[in-house]
Design a protein around this ligand. Structure first.
Ligand code: MSP
Length: 510
């Protein structure tokens, strides 16, 4: 199998200290759209998500809940599975770091790093933020806080260290040789200057609490939660065994992460892997953060956005569309009800929904409730059909660059073209003057909608399926290749079911 035909994509694994919020839903949603697109585009896909269950932050949350950490993580991890179900995520595996397969993988990796003399025993004295599960340098601390704003505590304990400082030049050479390893480019520059500024050896074990993977042969230590957590990406493929999944899917095509955890993925992770003679992933893409009605989201402010509630209020595909379309992937963005309502009404109800409902209702009434007969095509017909076919290459290249907002923008530009096209072609006038031409115009429209609906599947799976059902497109003709395959075009005379609206208008409750 050639490299182009397989696609391995991962989400961060989420801390089980709390219930899922919009940040968790967002990262996995984007990955879901990329994974769905790649599958529809004929690739062999592995899409991984899961939960990060060790470390002090989770241990403290369990204590606060008065629960044993294992029982606590079992319970909270389950909520992340529910979110995945509610959001319609299509992951192939859901990993938990408390699983036996993961202990085995991390301990093996640890032993390899020890054998290669990449890990040594020393003593850590410095700042640690439990909220970030990160060590900070004295120079990074202002007013007793980490750059993230999280409180820090002074830690002094025996610790194993990973020789990160020795990897500085090799990391820089790696970034140089792989200019798309970190995207977007602005984030890449941040990482490069951080690495240039001087890397210190990284503390990779702790002794002052117990909730972690024990260090082999030194049970006083548990592994640093980030070494443990990052390894999930290879555990899931069967590491350290030479499995078929491992051979097929490693290196990962892309780890999608939030901007706050880029450093761990773009510096520590490739260094750990290279040190163990494992090829690094092909890309780490960092997305931005959501605010809520212009305000930073925080538990203390009480403005956390609950993804379950979003879906319940606005609908699943509406929520999916909004999150993927509203904000350029990679940039920060704001959630507001007004923006959500605009997207639902302007884009979904008026443009996409209305295009299909208007055309299909017209066909029910005036063209025998079947795919209309296609006469000779004129230039204007080819122009619209070609615009829809041209979306394939465009959407593919945007999705390969993790730009779902641009893919959607391109698709919706063709939807707008199609709506304008109806007005210029005026089938309602042709009905009285030239029924052959009317049928051709209607055929061009339903065929255009077919092409569009195939392409909207990764973003809005259920709604796109309903549109395709209304066009009587068989389930096995909904691949990306079918968009441009003449054999998959709508066949005149095929009966069409009674159409119904797919995208309701949003009316703000009084
Ligand atoms: N457990 C680590 C990841 C380990 S990966 C080997 C972790 N977990 S987390 O639960 O805190 O994950 C948070 C994810 O949600 C991050 O990607 C983070 O960027 C994202 N978000 C948290 N708040 C967010 C917003 N307000 N907006 C968008 N994403 C945000 O970090």
């Amino acid at each position: 199998m050639s490299a182009g035909e397989r696609f391995y994509i991962t989400t961060p694994i989420y801390y089980v200290n709390d219930s899922p919020h919009i940040g968790h839903a967002y990262t996995t949603l984007a990955c879901d759209a990329f994974a769905r697109f790649a599958r529809l585009d004929g690739k062999q896909v592995w899409f991984l998500t899961g939960t990060d269950e060790h470390g002090q932050k989770v241990e403290k949350a369990a204590q606060a809940a008065g629960k044993d950490p294992k029982a606590f993580t079992d319970e909270v991890s389950q909520r992340f599975r529910h979110l995945a179900d509610a959001m319609g995520f299509s992951h192939d595996d859901f990993i938990r770091t408390t699983e036996e397969r993961h202990y085995r993988a991390v301990q093996h990796l640890w032993n390899v790093l020890v054998e290669k003399n990449e890990i040594y025993l020393g003593k850590y004295a410095g700042w640690y933020s439990v909220r970030d599960e990160a060590f900070f340098d004295e120079s990074e601390i202002t007013d007793g806080k980490a750059p993230t704003g999280a409180p820090v505590e002074w830690v002094e304990e025996p610790s194993y260290f990973f020789r990160l400082s020795a990897w500085q030049d090799r990391l820089l050479a790696f970034y140089d040789a792989n200019p798309d390893f970190i995207l977007p480019p602005a984030r890449r520059n941040e990482v490069v200057s951080f690495v240039k500024s001087n890397l210190r050896d990284l503390s990779v074990s702790r002794t002052t609490f117990k909730w972690g993977v024990p260090v082999p042969n030194d049970p006083d230590h548990v592994m640093y939660v980030w070494l443990d957590a990052l390894t999930n990406y290879i555990t899931a493929l069967g590491y350290p065994d030479d499995t078929e999944a491992w051979r097929t899917f490693w290196p990962a095509d892309v780890h999608v992460v939030g901007k706050d955890i880029l450093r761990f993925h773009a510096i520590y992770w490739p260094a750990f892997l290279m040190a163990a003679d494992i090829p690094p992933p092909r890309r780490v893409f960092a997305h931005g953060w959501w605010t809520n009605e212009g305000q930073k989201i925080s538990k203390s402010v009480g403005n956390v956005i609950d993804p379950f509630q979003l879906i319940e209020t606005f609908g699943l595909d509406q929520t999916r569309y909004f999150l993927l379309r509203e904000v350029p992937f990679g940039a920060d963005g704001d959630f507001s009800r007004a923006a959500m309502a605009r997207r639902m009404n302007a884009d979904l109800a008026n443009d996409y929904g209305n295009l299909s409902l208007r055309v299909l209702s017209f066909i029910q009434k005036n063209a025998g409730a079947a795919v209309p007969a296609r006469g000779d095509l004129q230039d204007a017909d080819h122009a619209l059909l070609d615009a829809a076919a041209g979306l394939v290459a465009r959407v593919r290249s945007e999705m390969e660059l993790q730009a779902p907002h641009k893919a959607l923008e391109a698709i919706f530009a063709v939807i707008a073209d199609a709506n304008r096209w109806i007005d210029t072609q005026a089938p309602w006038t042709l009905r009285k003057t030239d029924s052959t031409r009317m049928n051709t115009v209607l055929w061009v429209l339903v065929e255009t909608i077919r092409r569009i609906a195939i392409l909207t599947q990764p973003f809005m799976p259920a709604s796109s399926a309903r549109v395709l059902d209304q066009l009587a497109v068989p389930a096995d003709h909904r691949q990306i290749a079918d968009v441009t395959d003449p054999a998959a075009e709508l066949v005149p005379g095929t009966p069409l079911p009674k159409p119904e609206g797919v995208f309701p208008k949003w009316l703000e409750p009084a």
